[in-house]
Ligand binder design. Structure first.
Ligand code: GLA
Length: 383
């Protein structure tokens, strides 16, 4: 049970919820934009996330209230994405639609209250957390069954088809499969999920740039389209390749001439990221955090130069972090074009170092970064 959600629910519905579910946000550890390119990615669920409380109503209405007091009511079965102030409800309503399309029987509507410990816009995927918490809670409420991968796919389908964001399975997969003190590895070609222990003595710090980028969604969609154009051009040399991730670094180099220069850069990022995920896996296996950190920083450099999904503010944070001896590596985490940087650090990195970085960042960009020292936490669950 979760006190904040209980109080919100009781205040609005004068009753207690019958089910609660929590789902975490995520850090993208390494593997940037590889997910929708059939590649490899590693992430970690964080301990912060979204909690929903739900109960059945006795009429054909759905009501959702957030902790900021926004309340939305709609008729059961009438699911259309909305724009503007109520667009936050697209996540739970998208999930409701996907699950009912999959055969979840909903004789009556539901009341929902939602609370969050996750900052929005921080690149930690509060949207996937909301989708996964909703899916878990509704499954319990309406006796719908699926497995962990099934929950991740429900969330992604809601995001792709209802919210209209062409994301891969990273955010929802990590939110579903997260495990305390573990990383989640996803092979997006086969959609297989595995966890492996976080190396001893490794810490995550998140620096949210708090730089708002108005066009994040369209920039993401542009990159998605460019990756598919790059693949189409590469197929003249490699007709059997179904995804960019099936192209090796050597093949890409040899085919440089068939690609427009911009598309070559985009493909180089994806192909390079897959190689860096493999390098990180190998370094983790022998506990070599220095090598892990180098791959993380190389990933950021490729984002900056090849994929152009970094921004000056994120580059500043990465550069400042890399100056600290207790930082193994740092990179933007998530889609980019704003959001957050994550740093992999030793236990010696503390609030004092974080404050130094925040002060230098503020001096340069006039923005206050929000800082979290977070741990790898558990995946979506009923409470
Ligand atoms: C966002 C998307 C993910 C993934 C990352 C970039 O977080 O939701 O599916 O593509 O960007 O790796």
């Amino acid at each position: 049970m979760d006190t904040a959600t209980l109080q919100l629910f009781e205040r609005h519905y004068a009753a207690q919820p019958s089910q609660y579910a929590f789902a975490p946000g995520r850090i993208e550890f390494i593997g940037n934009h590889t997910d929708y390119n059939g590649g490899l990615v590693m992430g970690a669920a964080v301990t912060e996330g979204i909690t929903v409380g739900v109960s059945l109503r006795d009429d054909a209405v759905i009501r959702i209230v957030s902790e900021t007091g926004d309340l939305v009511e709609l008729p059961l079965g009438s699911y259309k994405p909305v724009e503007g102030a109520a667009s936050w409800t697209n996540y739970p309503i998208g999930v409701t639609k996907v699950m009912s399309d999959m055969g979840m029987v909903m004789p009556t509507g539901y009341n929902m209250a939602v609370t969050s410990t996750l900052p929005t816009g921080a690149g930690m995927s509060s949207s996937a957390a909301f989708e996964l918490a909703t899916a878990k809670a509704l499954a319990a409420l309406y006796s719908f069954e699926t497995d962990t991968a099934g929950y991740a796919r429900i969330g992604r389908k809601a995001e792709n088809e209802f919210v209209g964001m062409p994301c891969g399975i990273l955010d929802q997969g990590v939110s579903a499969f997260g495990k305390a003190e573990h990383l989640v590895k996803i092979d997006c070609a086969t959609e297989s999920f595995a966890t492996e222990p976080m190396p001893h003595g490794a810490h995550f710090w998140i620096f949210n740039s708090n730089k708002k980028h108005a066009l994040v969604d369209s920039a993401y969609a542009d990159r998605h389209a460019e990756c598919h154009q790059a693949l189409a051009q590469l197929q003249s040399d490699h007709p059997s390749a179904q995804t960019l991730s099936q192209i090796s670094p050597e093949q890409l180099k040899a085919s440089k001439d068939v690609l427009e220069p911009l598309l070559y850069q985009r493909a180089a990022h994806i192909v390079g990221e897959n190689a860096r995920v493999r390098a990180v896996e190998a370094a983790l296996a022998v506990g070599d955090l220095e090598a892990v950190g180098q791959a993380l920083s190389a990933s950021h450099e490729s984002s900056r130069v090849n994929f152009e999904n970094s921004i000056e503010e994120l580059d500043t944070l990465v550069e400042l972090l890399k100056l600290q001896p207790s930082v193994y590596g740092a990179r933007l985490t998530g889609g980019g074009f704003g959001g957050a940087v994550m740093a992999l650090t030793s236990a010696d990195f503390g609030q004092a170092q974080a404050n130094v970085i925040a002060a230098a960042y503020q001096a340069k960009h006039g923005l206050q970064a929000s800082i979290f020292h977070t741990r790898a936490g558990d995946g979506a669950k009923l409470l």
